[in-house]
Design a protein around this ligand. Structure first.
Ligand code: NAG
Ligand code: NAG
Ligand code: NAG
Ligand code: NAG
Length: 298
């Protein structure tokens, strides 16, 4: 990990002076790429001067369609709160020239918004590239002061909590937090990055009455149960394919089934996908998944 990070930093530092060779500045380039909504929001947020004349910067530029798809309440909030708009836009900008060939799966890029990072994911032999879950649709558009990559969703859910802190803030994930702490996994779950399939509270209550009592008699068994919901690496739903097997931290594989927009993990339905957290992604599911070694417990 450390060696790769160094390579990335060295290649970024080396890139800074040489790469921005386009004719127009970032704002002009964004206009010519048709990202008109972005350009107008940048203007409203008072960031035009910085992005036109400062840099070099790399902008992950949401298309006009991406802005059109925002939920109405998010769009209203952005329109009514310039400070929020500015924060969200700053989250789409990274210092330096970053080419698509510099990107590495599960690295994070610091943005102009302090302490907030974009997570890079590359799936299916690098044919799918995502930035905090938004898919990159066009790469390496060169401006005189930076580079634009176009993305298909606005990154407005800016990750600011780790896995368990996020879960603890939710009304329906308290049992997950309680059981993870009972299984002594709170330190593990601060590492990562991880993908967590998070059963809602009602899923825990649906288990046979003595199941959890038996499992929690043994630290080993309780960790096995909890870790069966955790996968190393960040898998947004857009990076999963039907029939895929994903290896859990507990050892066994989970099987992904996708049909008609529904995602099934083993036999659990994903009810809320793609919640970005600082150390990975959470998908909320409607069942507790029981690994083979624990299935004889009733
Ligand atoms: C506007 O957004 C900022 C975040 O940038 C937030 O701290 C503030 O509370 C928001 N103001 C209102 C009135 O919602
Ligand atoms: C993955 O991509 C590389 C480079 O584009 C290609 O050579 C290789 O055949 C691909 N592998 C698969 C399994 O598609
Ligand atoms: C418990 O630990 C042992 C090795 O220490 C391992 O083989 C076993 O699969 C673990 N899980 C359960 C549920 O016993
Ligand atoms: C998980 O699936 C992979 C193939 O994707 C396979 O190589 C591996 O043996 C499986 N592991 C288990 C524990 O079944």
């Amino acid at each position: 990990m450390r060696v790769n990070l160094l390579c990335l930093l060295v290649s970024l530092a080396g890139a800074v002076s040489a790469l921005s060779t386009g004719q127009s500045n970032l704002i002009q380039l964004a206009s010519s790429l048709g990202a008109n909504t972005l350009v107008s929001y940048v203007q409203q947020a008072g960031l035009t001067d910085t992005l036109a004349h400062g840099g070099p910067f790399t902008i992950f530029a949401p298309s006009d369609d991406a802005f059109n798809q925002l939920p109405p309440d998010v769009l209203n909030a952005l329109k009514q709160n310039v400070s929020l708009l500015k924060d969200v836009l700053k989250y789409h900008v990274v210092r330096g020239d970053i080419l698509s060939s510099d990107l590495i799966n599960d690295f994070v890029l610091p943005t102009l918004l302090p302490y907030r990072k974009i997570r890079v994911n590359m799936y299916q032999n690098n044919t799918i590239v995502m930035m905090t879950g938004s898919r990159v649709t066009a790469v390496d558009k060169m401006a005189s002061n930076g580079i634009i990559h176009v993305i298909d969703h606005v990154m407005y859910n800016i990750p600011d909590h780790s896995i368990l802190t996020y879960a603890a803030s939710q009304p329906n994930l308290g049992q997950l937090v309680y059981n993870a702490i009972r299984a002594n996994l709170q330190t593990t779950l601060q590492g990562g990055p991880f993908t967590v399939f998070a059963p809602v509270d009602s899923a825990w209550y649906d288990l046979p009455p003595n199941f959890l009592n038996t499992v929690f008699l043994s630290l080993n068994k309780s960790q096995e149960l909890l870790e069966y919901h955790v996968v190393s690496g960040t898998y947004y739903s857009g990076g999963l394919v039907d029939g895929q097997k994903v290896p859990t931290v507990a050892g066994g594989n989970l099987t992904v089934q996708i049909s008609g927009g529904q995602v099934l993990i083993d036999n659990a339905h994903v009810t809320h996908a793609d919640i970005s957290v600082t150390n990975g992604v959470i998908h909320v599911i409607d069942k507790v998944m029981v690994p083979a070694v624990l299935r004889n417990i009733t």
